[in-house]
Design a protein around this ligand. Sequence first.
Ligand code: ATP
Ligand code: MG
Length: 577
Amino acid sequence: MKWTKALIQTLREVPADAEIDSHKLLVRAGLVRKVAGGLYSFMPLGMRTLKKIQQIVREEMDRAGAQEVVMPILQPAELWRTTGRWDAMGPNMFKLKDRAEREYALGPTAEEVFTDFVKGIVSSYRQLPLSIYQIQWKFRDETRPRFGLMRSKEFLMKDAYSFDTDAEGADKSYWNMYHAYERIYKRCGVEAVPVQADGGDMGDSLTHEFHVLADAGEDGIAWCGKCGYAANLERAERALAHVPAVAGATPEALPEEVATPNAKTIEEVAAFMHLPPEAFVKSLVYMADGKPVMVCVPGDRDVNEVKVKRFLGAKSLELAGFDAVLEATGANAGSVGPVNPVSKDLRIIADSSLAGATGRIVGANKDDYHLKNVDLKRDTSIKEEDYADLCIVKAGDVCPHCGGTMEIKRGIEVGQVFKLGTKYTKAFNAVYKNDKLEENVIIMGCYGVGVSRTLQAIIEKKHDKDGIVWPASVAPFQVVIDLLDPSVPEVAAIAESLEAELEAAGIDVIVDDREERPGVKFKDADLIGFPVRVVVGAKGLANGGVEIKRRDEDKSKTRIVKSEEAASAVKAALALG
Ligand code: ATP
Ligand code: MG
């Protein structure tokens, strides 16, 4: 391919809405163009990489025994109503009507369509297990589309679904996909770590997310360097340390009011009372499915709303408004606590680390007052069964598996594998007959790869100050030949024959045949990030040959090889990459 014939447009200026490096580079290297917020067109270079990632995903799905199909993007509302997700998906789902007023969704995912498909086809155990997948555009009306392809309104996803007769088979399908995912990211040249994740409304269901660790990641991950335990912060657990005593507190002392004027947050009250935040109980009032619930955690910790929601078995959870807090406790947020709230039916739940805690300071349910010397068992109505793990893990917490110290890392979720059980198949009554002709519900799993997000996650990990540093497996072109003197026939001929030889070997090559200064060519090559650069110029040839350098090497590593040996030198350079 000749550069002068290719649609390549690199930009010097940084796009105004790009906050992270990979978003800036994606646009500057001419891989995509923004159409509107959360919507992008893929330019030829971006399309080449997108296709290479798709191909890796496809090959590994096929290798894992899954078969490719494709389902419509436009999905009838009835399918979503069957599982109750027409409403449950909320405003995240794009909904529309046809001219006959029939309702549809633009698929944000495809469990319903796939389950309905399989129900219509599978009737006997002989047709199972079955794994099918598609690589299809998905639509989500994200609250905050941002970071380019990382969180867009329209994105390319590979979604696979497994259907099994029994739990053992479903388990096998799950781990089969898990291992296929390990191979996919490895082949894409980027490390993605499997992380235990929260099952959402599927409760304790087994699920792993694959994360590319990067500061730009939107997810927090608890990580134990000692045993390798890794879990999304939504789910991560900690080993409970012993309940620390509060300095200066006498456990027998009874609760006593302390005036804390104008001090609202734990930090403000702690500073006012000259005590550490751990001496306090942080109490927050939530509305869980419309009913108020008080959640108590140690003063130096944050509430994990995912855990609270799961513990309560609630469908919705949000912080209570001003009036609801006052009605439930008798005070405003900032002065509320678990001792004698005015509403006798207010349910109070607390983090396990507070079980047995004494000498604590809590809001007094009276504006601008706190209570000290609180013994949670003696002075509150919190029942034993209402203590549970409700906190977000912090750096320095103790690993629940090995006692090591946990760190917090940031990650980009590039894929997820999920054991669904019978949630969807039950709703659709997707059953099979066993060898005794008895009917059983099919057991399902689902497995997503964010193909377009993976493309950008690779850039986020593989770039330097000059541009992208593509892994050879997914680079738009593996080799760029910078032809410095395109008008000198002998020089152009050498570039031409090297291009032909490399292409014959199955290597993607682009020849920069523009009438541009070398500096411009080198800058663009570095920005786009072709893994190997060959410089062919009259001066170089007179001095012994062509220059070869890998993108991830600095200039001092440039080697000069005779033009006849260039092709094998390029192949060697690529094999190393
Ligand atoms: P997130 O938590 O980031 O919103 P998700 O868990 O809702 O993602 P899944 O339903 O698991 O997403 O979808 C499978 C994969 O699709 C994700 O692992 C991610 O890589 C990708 N993905 C999800 N939402 C988007 C989006 N808005 N833009 C780009 N890729 C996305
Ligand atoms: Mg996910």
